[in-house]
Design a protein around this ligand. Structure first.
Ligand SMILES: Cc1cc2nc3c(=O)[nH]c(=O)nc-3n(C[C@H](O)[C@H](O)[C@H](O)COP(=O)(O)O)c2cc1C
Length: 336
C-alpha cells in the first residue's frame, strides 16, 4: 500500500490515498461559496489530491465558528457547493464535506450560543446556554437536512465533526458534559447525541456513499477522553459509519507534544481495536513517513493539512522527487 495506490470505500473511489483534511478558511459571506473557495478547493483538484474534504460547514447558523464560515443549513447553499464538487470530479478528485456545529466554541454575532452544559471554552468566549431537549432535537434534525443538501451537491462522502471541542465532542467528553438527563453522566448517555445525529443522517444520506466520523482521540487532560474511551465510543456507533478520521485535542487549551506523526498511534489503535478504516493526520507531509504508516497499516488514508496549504501540488512533488510511476495532470507533465 502506498500514497499513490487506489482506494475504494462503498461507491467512493479514490485515485490515490492523499486527503485534504477539512480546514476552515473563514472567507465566506453569509455562508455561500465564492470565488476564493472555487480557486482554493480547485487548486487541490489540480494538484490531484485523492479526496478533498471541504472545511467545517455549519449545519445551523449559530453552529458556525464565525460569521465568515461556509453554511449548509438551507438548500440555497447547494449550488455553490456543487460547483466545488463538479470541479473536483472534472479533475479526478473525490469531494466530501465536514458537517459541523461549534456549540460553545461559536463566535457568531447576534445569535445564541449553546452547549450541553453552561461552561465556557475560556474567558474570551460567551458562556453558552445549556441546550434544551427541543434544541437538541433541532440540531439533530439539522444534521439530517445538511446530509440531504450535501447529497444534492453531489458529495462523495460526508464527515461528521465530532472532534476539536465542537458541539458533538462537548457532549462526548465528561469535562464539558455535566448534564443530569439522558444525555449526560455515563458514557452511553454522552454518546446518545452523536447516535441520534448518525441515525438522522442515515435517513437522508444514500447507503452506497460512505460516512466519516472525525474524532479527537484524546482530550489530553485527566478524566477527559483518552484513546481507550474513544475506542469504546467508536465501537458503540460503528454500525453507522465507514471510516474514522483520527485527530486529537481542541476541547480545552493544553500543551500538546507535537511532532511528525504524533497522532498516528491513535489511528493505529482505532483501526485495530474497532476494526474500521482510518484516516491519519498530523504533520504527515513527509513522503517516507506517509509510506511507512500506510505500509504498516496504521491507517488507510493520509491527510495532510498545512503541507497542502503550502503546496497544493504536493503529490506531484512526491512523484517527481521519488521517481514514482504515476500520471499527474497532463497539463503539468513537463514538471514531473
Ligand atoms: C487553517 C486551519 C483550519 C482548520 N479547520 C479545521 C476544520 O474546519 N475542521 C477540522 O476538523 N479541523 C480543522 N483543522 C485541523 C486540520 O484538519 C488538521 O487536522 C490539522 O491541521 C493537522 O494536520 P496537519 O499537521 O497536516 O496540518 C484546521 C487546521 C488549520 C491549519
Amino acid at each position: 500500500m502506498s500514497i499513490i495506490s487506489e482506494y475504494k470505500l462503498k461507491d467512493m473511489k479514490l485515485k490515490n490515498r492523499l486527503v485534504l483534511p477539512p480546514m476552515c478558511m473563514y472567507s465566506s459571506e453569509k455562508g455561500y461559496v465564492n470565488e476564493f473557495y472555487k480557486a482554493h478547493y480547485g487548486s487541490f483538484a489540480l494538484g490531484q489530491v485523492g479526496l478533498i474534504i471541504i472545511e467545517a460547514t455549519g449545519v445551523t447558523e449559530n453552529g458556525r465558528i464565525t460569521d465568515d464560515d461556509l453554511g449548509i443549513w438551507n438548500e440555497k447553499f447547494v449550488d455553490g457547493l456543487k460547483n466545488l464538487v463538479d470541479f473536483s470530479h472534472k479533475y479526478g478528485s473525490a469531494c466530501g464535506i465536514q458537517l459541523a456545529h461549534a456549540g460553545r466554541k461559536s463566535r457568531v454575532k447576534n445569535l445564541e450560543h449553546y452547549a450541553p452544559s453552561k461552561i465556557d471554552f475560556k474567558d474570551t468566549y460567551n458562556i453558552p446556554k445549556e441546550m434544551s431537549l427541543k434544541e437538541i432535537e433541532y440540531v439533530v434534525s439539522s444534521f439530517g437536512k445538511s446530509a440531504k443538501y450535501a447529497n444534492l451537491a453531489g458529495m462523495d462522502i460526508i464527515e461528521i465533526h465530532a472532534a476539536h471541542g465542537y458541539l458533538i465532542h462537548q457532549f462526548l467528553s465528561p469535562i464539558t458534559n455535566k448534564r443530569k438527563d439522558n444525555y449526560g453522566g455515563e458514557l452511553k448517555n454522552r454518546i446518545l447525541f452523536l447516535k441520534m445525529i448518525l441515525e438522522e443522517v442515515k435517513k437522508y444520506w444514500p447507503k452506497n456513499k460512505p460516512i466519516s466520523l472525525r474524532v479527537s482521540a484524546s482530550d489530553y487532560i485527566e478524566d477527559g477522553i483518552d484513546i481507550h474511551m474513544m475506542v469504546k465510543i467508536i465501537n458503540e456507533i460503528k454500525e453507522y459509519i465507514d471510516i474514522v478520521h483520527v485527530s486529537s485535542g481542541g476541547l480545552i487549551e493544553t500543551d500538546i507534544d507535537v511532532y511528525p506523526g504524533y497522532q498516528v498511534e491513535f489511528s493505529n489503535i482505532i483501526k485495530k481495536e474497532c476494526d474500521i478504516p482510518t484516516i491519519a493526520v498530523g504533520l504527515l507531509e513527509d513522503y517516507n513517513l506517509s509510506e511507512y504508516i500506510l505500509k504498516n497499516e496504521k491507517c488507510d488514508l493520509v491527510a495532510v493539512g498545512r503541507g497542502l496549504l503550502r503546496n497544493p501540488k504536493l503529490l506531484m512533488e512526491y512523484v517527481d522527487k521519488n521517481k514514482l510511476k504515476y500520471n499527474c495532470l497532463t497539463q503539468y507533465e513537463r514538471a514531473y
